[in-house]
Write a protein that binds this ligand. Structure first.
Ligand code: PBG
Length: 330
């Protein structure tokens, strides 16, 4: 050090000397408003049902959902993302529970808007996979393939039902071509101009969705590789991004977060709409499982993982730890 001479003794460690100093110079923050809590609400259960691969996360009843939502809002989270879990016997080939005003998801949206009004942002997953008996995100053609345009038609109907039930933002997660534009047009035709679209722009076919499939009682056989993106592809996310923006996406999302932080950064570098990223079920499960074994420090790992997603460029982070983390940050 001294070889460089007086006045040029440059030591980056000076800015790391105390918690106060580190706080002063931190370049990324996580605030409650950045966090969105994904929640599952199930039909036909009378008590919350634990999800074994996501310890601490449950399928809610309508009542326990309302309580969890109140708690999240009190903690200051930015919003809630709802997933519906119909009774197995209510699933069918076209996912008719999805756009039924009395379907579980639409009932839950109405209940939450009644309770919460505009005090938070209520979001809905706009996808058929929870509602179809085959578990795919769309409807199938005669050859058993996912039919893009027929699926998009179903999404439009679902979107209008969700908006009418009170969702502020819709999250089309099915990765069908043209879904954002069609939903925008459908909402506008129904006079629902204020309902926004949080587009799942770059959603990758990921092994880390495993626990979610249990969470929603998925019946999927096979995989989603003909519609979700290939892990190997980076530039393709930019193509999806251009399309979603042109079709009217209000917010764009990358999912999963952890293995796709480069994509989050690529997107954040070029857009002027908010960027979201989804810390998915497998990310939650891995940290939870390792912490249960005493192999990592749970609380520190949660903060580090969410901070890294913010640092990569996401202004909004969907995380199953939203309420907990927001409470810690208050
Ligand atoms: C599909 C959907 C998935 C998730 C949210 N919406 C999974 C899938 O594509 O199978 C995953 C969320 C998570 O893993 O936490 N509608």
């Amino acid at each position: 050090m001294s070889e460089t001479g007086r006045g040029s003794d440059i030591r980056p460690r000076r800015l790391r000397t105390s918690p106060a100093m580190r706080r002063l110079v931190a370049q990324t923050s996580v605030e409650p408003r950045h966090l969105v809590l994904p929640v599952f609400v199930a039909d036909g259960i009378d008590a919350p049902r634990p999800i074994s691969s996501m310890p601490g996360v449950v399928q809610h009843t309508l009542d326990s959902l309302r309580a969890a939502a109140d708690e999240a809002v009190a903690a200051g989270v930015g919003g809630l993302m709802l997933f519906g879990v119909p009774r197995p016997e209510d699933k069918d080939a076209t996912g008719s529970g999805a756009d039924d005003p009395d379907g579980i998801l639409n009932r839950a949206l109405r209940a939450l808007r009644d309770d919460l009004g505009d005090s938070t942002v209520v979001m809905a997953d706009t996808c058929l996979d929870e509602f179809t008996d085959h578990g795919h995100c769309g409807v199938l053609d005669d050859h058993g393939r996912v039919d893009n345009d027929a699926s998009v038609e179903r999404y439009v109907s679902m979107a209008v039902a969700q908006a009418q039930a009170g969702a502020h933002l819709l999250g089309p997660s099915g990765m069908m071509d043209g879904q954002v534009g069609a939903i925008r047009a459908g909402l506008d035709d129904a006079g629902l101009h204020d309902t926004g679209i949080l587009a799942y722009t770059a959603k990758y076919a990921s092994a880390f969705y495993g626990p979610f499939r249990e969470a929603v009682g998925s019946t999927l056989q096979g995989d989603r590789r003909t519609y979700q993106q290939d892990t190997a592809n980076r530039g393709e996310a930019m193509r999806e991004l251009e399309l979603d923006l042109a079709e009217g996406a209000d917010i764009v999302m990358v999912k999963p977060a952890m293995s796709y932080l480069d994509i989050v950064r690529d997107v954040a570098n070029v857009v002027d709409v908010p960027v979201a990223a989804y810390q998915i079920s497998g990310e939650y499960a891995m940290i939870t499982a390792a912490a249960e074994r005493g192999w990592i420090d749970r609380d520190a790992a949660i903060v580090e993982s969410v901070t890294s997603i913010r640092r990569a460029g996401a202004s909004i982070v969907l995380t199953y730890w939203a309420t907990e983390l927001a409470t810690r940050l208050l």
